[in-house]
Design a protein around this ligand. Sequence first.
Ligand code: GDP
Ligand code: MG
Length: 332
Amino acid sequence: MNEPVPPAKALGSAKTVGRHRLDLVSAEGIARLQARDRRTVAAAITELERLSPQVTELLEKLQPHLGRALVVGFTGPPGAGKSTLVNALIRGLRQAGKTVGVIAVDPSSPVSGGAILGDRIRMTAALDDDGVFVRSLASRGYLGGLSPAAVRIIDALDAAGYDIIILETVGTGQNEIDVAEVADVRVVISAPGLGDDIQAMKSGLLEIADVLVVNKGDREGAEQTLQQLTGALSIRTGTAAKVQVIKTTATSGEGVDELLSAINQIGSSVLAQGVQVRRRRRARYLIARAAADLVAARIRAGEGSTLDKLADDVLSGRLHVDRAAERIVSQT
Ligand SMILES: Nc1nc2c(ncn2[C@@H]2O[C@H](COP(=O)(O)OP(=O)(O)O)[C@@H](O)[C@H]2O)c(=O)[nH]1
Ligand SMILES: [Mg+2]
């Protein structure tokens, strides 16, 4: 997993990180994390995000404490109102006595910081509440994909004992699969006025939805979007009938209760599968992802001439791209 090391600015001062570094993997550090001590949770996330040398040890120490949280994925086009809706849900969940961790993966560059600030502002429910922890992540180097850091951070929030972990990601036609593998409940969000995105919804996002939300119910065209998506769903086979379609207005809170109970309903059947099933799902994803990164790195670092030769064979029509790929993967 060759993530570029982010600039120190995005992580807070190195001094703060340094002060926590020694404590984190100690019994006391883990105990503080489990007690949801904010600074410890923040420090652990920072370590996991920057892939510090003690990450492997930290993840090992977290293992026995994983699998309790329900991971809810929120995916959809930019501007659909995901962050606003998450904010509304946090309120509802807090009222029900649940603690909530949020990881918002943003596609923008960490340098700008603009979108990160935007998420913070929209998630005002998280302010001054120890039962809520919000972390925005840039999807650096993984545009259109879920950064492995996000999955490790799920582990940290899970070990810290947050009941519900919400993973907000932009649906781009790539990371849907990642979210599908990592999340226990998959909520796909659309809204009227997003133009071509309806098409994108049909191709990739609809496939993974457990719950389909049409947000901005106050906007003109909401009903039409709802009908279009319900229509698109009806041609999906098998599990399609189980997908709930819910209209919300995140800004006023309309439909949020309905969404909450849909999540709870699906969530309780997932939780009934047991801790081991959910832990394994996340571990499988991490292993597959790490292996893919490893293979990609080896191919790039390996003999350029092998790749060149295969490229020539593909160009001349002697070899299909897929065969060439199989060959190079088997050699690494
Ligand atoms: N009219 C209306 N605007 C909304 C609603 N939900 C979100 N918005 C607005 O849509 C914009 C994008 O919202 P945001 O939550 O950042 O979308 P995200 O990119 O999907 O996270 C913001 O200006 C929100 O205030 C809604 O239900 N109705
Ligand atoms: Mg957002």
